[in-house]
Design a protein around this ligand. Sequence first.
Ligand SMILES: Cc1cc2nc3c(=O)[nH]c(=O)nc-3n(C[C@H](O)[C@H](O)[C@H](O)COP(=O)(O)OP(=O)(O)OC[C@H]3O[C@@H](n4cnc5c(N)ncnc54)[C@H](O)[C@@H]3O)c2cc1C
Length: 407
Amino acid sequence: MAEQISLEDFEAEALDFLEANAEPRVEEKRGWGEGSDRTGLFAEKTRAEELAELAEAKAWKAKVFDAGFGWITGPARYGGRELAAAHDRRWQVLENGYRVPSGAQFGIGLGMVAPTILAHATDDVKERYLRALYRGDLVACQLFSEPGAGSDLASLQTQAIRDGDEWLVTGQKVWTSGAQFSDIGEVICRTDLDAPKHKGLTGFVIDMHAPGVEVRPLRQMTGGASFNEVFFTEVRVPDDHRLGDVNQGWTVALTTLMNERASIGGGGGGGGMLGAQRLIDMVRHFGKDRDPLLRQGLADIYIHSEVARLNNLRVMESLKAGQLPPPVMSTAKLSLTMNMQRVAEFAATVLGPRVTADTGEWGTYSWTELICGVPGMRVAGGTDEVMRNIIGERVLGLPKEPPVAAR
Ligand SMILES: Cc1cc2nc3c(=O)[nH]c(=O)nc-3n(C[C@H](O)[C@H](O)[C@H](O)COP(=O)(O)OP(=O)(O)OC[C@H]3O[C@@H](n4cnc5c(N)ncnc54)[C@H](O)[C@@H]3O)c2cc1C
């Protein structure tokens, strides 16, 4: 029988654990010129720094899982506690009040791959990977995009050919975030060359350490290399690592994509007031706080981010644990990236030429990290344009976008 624990008792238990194992996060009020001026959305780290942070994050994740907070809504069979989404949200808020490793490395695995494994994998694969993913023992990546298949994912060409109880996977994926430290990946492959493109795909869980897997980092314009090209040459995947039925991979991919939009857009923040105080400090510092257009811009950012935050809370509130997020999560993803874009444009307007050359002045050129990072956020997880199409068709019920061939 599922555990019964009130939110209040759960909170007390969580706080006992956090107080015993972590330091409270003290928000220091810092003025202009004080502390770090970094604004980056993507990790700009050396491999050594990345691995050291991963080790810390894994140690914390294991501790959290062993104390019963690692998969609060998950099935008991795989180490979850089967509690309500409200308990999970309470944990997130409480944990956020303590200085703990960020856990960003687990975002794709837990936000997208694990829910897909839960929905579509064999019992053996669920047993083998779910607990390990939620405990942080394993990290997972999403192997969907290819050089010729992004928004039009169903055009992908990586092939899986059946060989007895195994499949041989050959092809190339690209933009694979975190592949450099992932242990497993969710890969979508073509398994029927003759079927219509959406009907000849199959999903698999693939071992990223298997012979024939090669991961090559890609450097992005922000300076870091947080994503990769991944080459597969006849990589052997056992048939029991298949996700769903043969040639039903499109359904599997949709499960992941819906969870992706929910996990990118569904945070409580709404994305707009990234460093709100810093923007206000910035206009004051440069003597522009009386500029009516900038004042309107700040108000605009505030209103849009507040609307996005409240909308996300409303959607999250209506979701039951384990339910598939609805297409309305596309609005959350789009709001987030539009708000980030507003912030980036605002900062660029105030700073002007200061963002074009690094003079060493605090809080100026450092905004290039955000300004150059936002376009990636507008593309990752489905581009702004694709989100608009989904909202038009599936949320508003507008006529379907004509296929490219029909235009
Ligand atoms: C930071 C980052 C991380 C990523 N991480 C991963 C990852 O971990 N795993 C993974 O598999 N992929 C990942 N991606 C890839 C991402 O999913 C793709 O970049 C995205 O789906 C877009 O595909 P594309 O780059 O091929 O662009 P295209 O699909 O070629 O799009 C090019 C342009 O055409 C527009 N367009 C395309 N189709 C339409 C349409 N029907 N209507 C209107 N406009 C359209 C797009 O909006 C875009 O402006 C990542 C991307 C980024 C930027």
